[in-house]
Design a protein around this ligand. Structure first.
Ligand code: 4NP
Length: 169
């Protein structure tokens, strides 16, 4: 089967608090899997934080090291804050935790294109519902973030692929 590269099916924004640990990791893992999937080139991605403390910074060194240990590249990413325009640019805005989601819901403008969801929502009850903030913890927290990002990225790729097929009918 040929790769579906002729048009963008979806634009996805990953959101956490600082945009230096969880959401850049989610973006990097998702992009890695996307590039190896049938949807390569058909999904645009970015990440952002609800807070502005780390704007312009590279991902946390612990997040970069954990990602690199599994073959994911996130060093080139730079933190930015979520903007009202993001709600018009992206089809999906995926929150790492419930606090991020509440923040996004509160700032969602009228006529927003974006659907808001928890990043782990498609994993169902077998997993926790939030990606825990690893910032004040140890290396195990960063490895756990990667585990969750890998499982959720697989699930979102399946979901985005099946909704693209529905739209073809
Ligand atoms: P993130 O982690 O939301 O996964 O990027 C955090 C990074 C920084 C802070 C909190 C969480 N902070 O308080 O500076």
């Amino acid at each position: 089967m040929s790769r579906q590269t002729e048009h963008t099916q979806a634009a996805v924004l990953f959101v956490c608090l600082g945009n230096i640990c969880r959401s850049p990791t989610a973006q990097g893992v998702f992009e890695h899997k996307l590039a190896r999937s049938a949807h390569a080139g058909a999904v645009e991605t970015d990440s952002a934080g609800t807070g502005d403390w780390h704007v312009g910074k590279a991902p946390d060194a612990r997040a970069r090291q954990a990602a690199a240990s599994r073959g994911y590249r996130i060093d080139h990413l730079r933190a930015r804050q979520v903007t009202p325009d993001d709600f018009h640019r992206f089809d999906w805005i995926l929150a790492m935790d419930a606090s991020n989601l509440a923040h996004l819901q509160a700032m969602k403008p009228e006529g927003s294109r974006a659907q808001l969801a928890m990043f782990l929502e498609p994993l169902g009850d077998a997993f926790e519902s939030e990606v825990p903030d690893p910032y004040y913890g140890g290396d195990a927290g960063f490895a756990h973030v990667l585990d969750l990002c890998e499982a959720a990225s697989d699930a979102w790729l399946m979901r985005l692929g099946s909704s693209a097929n529905e739209n073809k009918d």
